[in-house]
Design a protein around this ligand. Structure first.
Ligand code: ATP
Ligand code: MG
Length: 744
């Protein structure tokens, strides 16, 4: 057919081509890491637009993180070359649902000016409810319980069944009160976005009558509600394409169900199943150890994944004396890689992946000490830094004064002489009279109705001038903003900082760190101005207008910005001004899903960290390690400190997932001789620098001597025999692939 000549097909192998050009109404690709699932999905979008003539605005693409969405849009944009990708409805399930709710929510009685309660907000509310109503549940547990209930579609106020345990009754009460609270403040939490999205589309399917194709990346991590949402977005008519890997399912704790994979195959029996069996990402060695780790799970869904690349260098596994020593080792290896690889590698090529964000401390300080730039991704919560949170809370109150939680947090920041006790009783007063804190205060300050709670006279004046009038005047300025005479988000933040004398507040409050904190504020400013610029450039939030259906115009920039803040859990620190500066990435494993780097470090590979001591599902922890290891293209380093801190810290054992495979690792990083560099260059498709470029007047550094990973003699022998075997004991079917790869 004429379609077969599209240039996008030249970048694909046969199976990928088949998936991209499939005419089936449902296509499912289940394949291992690095097999090109995302590449195939993106190519299919291009195919649908260019070859089948589907309008970009009629295509929905769901990704798992905001970062992945951005990258995918860029990739599609490059292939289309004319900016049409801007119209694609592309984002996380949450952001897609939010857009529909903002535009059509009125059909299900939703006030379109809703705000979003992020995970932190939700937890804080639950904490307060448990305390107030003397409920004996642990807030984190209660949050998870409620979330699970919602994901399963259970509503609150379902009454209490006889014979329920006290614990269950308390959880149910907590759920009811929590939902009540969100309702009063017109807030939706993450789960609501999905649940209400489903409700909206179930009752108003014509909202998506334009949609022609729905594509989902990382399908293994969708939960029941997301599955329903997918079906509703697609209706009967749309083509569905899902890609995923059961081995990389790492969100079971968020109710993601591998079962949804099988559900799809059952409910769409016509599904065209495509498997991709070649790994384009990693060197043979890296793929091999990773597969050896995941194979420990005997119940997994087995599939073939063959290496395309040559062996490369053996991954490194290193045991260090302590956590600081481990961090220093990581830094010394990073330096060595850069020094000895000429221009072939930069800091951008390197990522350090952590099981939990709390492990970053030693690494940050070790990198900081030698002045290596780094950026943090995922779970590090730039938006949750106190000074940033305060600004966001101000913006939330300006957007939505009825947001009790936000108002409560800023009411005395900067200090206005309103104590915690006063705030608490004001809040209770508002709750008992079924009004919001904001209306109570407005009435009080205007003398319409005195609050029962005693507010000191001077505090009252400040409250009136610095909060109520301020918020009202900002709301007015925004409402009066016109194209000729705009009052932008940036103007708003600018004015806000000035009016609440934020810089002075930081100086007074944080004697030592105020400069860093102000730098964060400036970063926030530039995030906001970047956001505005993107908004103008892309207009990516605009859903196509379905005749007569849209009840509200797309939300104003402030609403969009706040939604963006609440949903972008993976914002990068240093995302703006340092964007162009080469820097090492520090990321949680969860946030690194779907991404790849030439060099990966996985420190803290000990029992308690991975598997995590609080994890319920060991297999999921193993998959997490598998995800981390398979991010690497050329070099993979794992390490484990013996103790937390020097001799008297608590002791660590090597991760149980690595113990059985430790003989496959080298004990120290490779010496970057020409041969090694050549192999790295081949995997990365980069030119290897010349001798001169490489060494110039630099003495060749070899790896740093340190206490080695202890091997028992039998293992040493095994290793040595491996060294003589050109295939290093790789499995038979992988040998076939090796020779095939060599032949190419
Ligand atoms: P993950 O499961 O980790 O998300 P994935 O299956 O989505 O992995 P991709 O990220 O799409 O894999 O691809 C991995 C790498 O392989 C990318 O750098 C991609 O450009 C490259 N790649 C994919 N397909 C091909 C191909 N046919 N030829 C050459 N390179 C390819
Ligand atoms: Mg992918």
């Amino acid at each position: 057919s004429e379609g077969a000549s599209h240039p996008i097909l030249n970048t694909l192998n046969k199976a990928q081509c088949r998936a991209v050009t499939s005419t089936a109404s449902t296509v499912a690709i289940l394949a291992g890491p690095g097999s090109g699932k995302t590449h195939t999905l993106t190519s299919r979008v291009v195919w649908l637009i260019d070859q089948l003539g589907i309008q970009p605005c009629d295509i929905i693409v769901a990704t798992f993180t905001v970062k992945a969405a951005r990258e995918m849009k860029e990739r599609i944009g490059r292939a289309l070359g004319d900016g049409r990708e801007r119209k694609i409805i592309l984002g996380t399930f949450h952001s897609i649902a939010r857009r529909y709710l903002a535009k059509y929510g009125k059909h299900i009685g939703l006030d379109s000016k809703f705000g979003i309660a992020d995970d932190g907000d939700s937890k804080a509310v639950i904490q307060r409810i448990c305390k107030r109503d003397k409920l004996s549940c642990d807030p984190t547990g209660a949050r998870a319980w409620i979330s699970k209930k919602k994901a399963k579609g259970a509503l609150p106020n379902q009454g209490h069944k006889k014979g329920e345990s006290v614990n269950l009754q308390h959880l149910q009460k907590c759920y009811d009160a929590y939902q009540d609270h969100l309702k009063t403040a017109n807030l939706l939490d993450y789960d609501d976005l999905l649940v209400l999205g489903v409700q909206l589309l179930r009752t108003n399917p014509h909202c998506v009558s334009n949609v022609q194709a729905v594509l989902i990346d990382e399908y293994q991590d969708t939960n029941g509600v997301q599955y329903d949402l997918m079906k509703l977005l697609a209706q009967e008519r749309s083509r569905i394409t899902v890609v995923g890997d059961p081995d990389q399912s790492i969100y079971g704790w968020r109710s993601a169900e591998i079962r949804n994979l099988y559900r799809l195959l059952r409910e769409f029996p016509e599904t065209d199943e495509v498997s991709l069996e070649e790994n384009y990402r990693s060197s043979h060695h890296i793929l091999h150890v990773s597969l050896e780790v995941i194979k420990q799970d005997s119940s997994r869904y087995k599939k073939v994944l063959l290496p395309i690349h040559a062996k490369g260098t053996r991954p490194t596994l290193r045991k260090l004396a302590s956590q600081p020593a481990e961090a220093e080792w990581v830094v010394s290896e990073i330096k060595r890689i850069l020094l000895t690889s000429g221009n072939m590698m930069s800091y951008d090529d390197i990522a350090i992946l952590l099981r939990s964000a709390s492990l970053s401390r030693h690494l940050e300080s070790a990198l900081g000490k030698v002045g290596i730039a780094y950026r943090m991704v995922g779970g590090f919560k730039f938006y949750e830094r106190a000074e940033i949170k305060t600004l966001i809370d101000y913006l939330r109150v300006i957007y939505q004064p009825d947001n009790n939680d936000a108002l409560m947090r800023i009411i005395n920041v900067p200090k206005r002489g309103i104590g915690d006790g006063t705030i608490k009783s004001l809040l209770e007063e508002a709750e008992t009279s079924r009004t919001t804190l904001w209306s109570l205060l407005v009435k009080h300050c205007r003398g319409i109705r005195r609050a029962k709670t005693n507010i000191r006279k001077d505090a009252e004046t400040k409250l009136n001038l610095q909060v109520i009038r301020l918020v009202e005047s900002f709301r007015e300025s925004m409402a009066n903003s016109t194209e000729e005479n705009p009052f932008t988000l940036v103007d708003l933040i600018d004015k806000l900082l000035e009016k609440i004398e934020f810089k002075k507040f930081l100086e007074d409050t944080y004697s030592e760190q105020h400069e860093q904190r102000w730098a964060n504020v400036e970063e926030f400013m530039s995030l906001a101005s970047d956001f505005l610029r993107d908004l103008r450039k892309e207009d990516d939030e605009a859903l196509p207008d379905i005749e007569g259906l849209a009840q509200t115009q797309d939300a104003d920039p402030l609403a969009r910005f706040l939604a963006n803040v609440s949903l972008a859990s993976d914002v990068q620190k240093g995302d703006t001004e340092e964007k162009h500066k080469s820097a090492v990435t520090i990321s949680t494993i969860h946030a690194a899903k779907g991404l790849e780097w030439p060099v990966i470090f996985i420190p803290a590979a000990y029992n308690g960290s991975i598997p995590h001591s609080r994890a319920e599902d060991t297999d999921e922890e193993r998959r997490l390690l598998f995800v981390a290891m398979t991010r690497a293209k050329s070099l993979l380093y794992l390490s484990c400190p013996k103790r937390s801190l020097g001799d008297n810290g608590s002791e660590f054992e090597l991760s149980q997932f690595l113990e059985p495979v430790k003989s496959l690792f080298a004990q120290r990083g490779p010496s970057f001789d020409r041969q090694v560099l050549k192999e790295i260059g081949r995997v990365l498709n980069r030119a290897v620098p010349t001798e001169e470029e490489l060494f110039g007047d630099m003495p060749l550094m070899t790896s740093v001597e340190d206490d080695r990973f202890p091997l028992d003699p039998a293992e040493v022998e095994k290793r040595e025999s491996y060294a003589e075997d050109p295939y290093d004991g790789f499995h038979q079917y992988e040998r076939g692939a090796m020779s095939r790869a060599k032949r190419q």
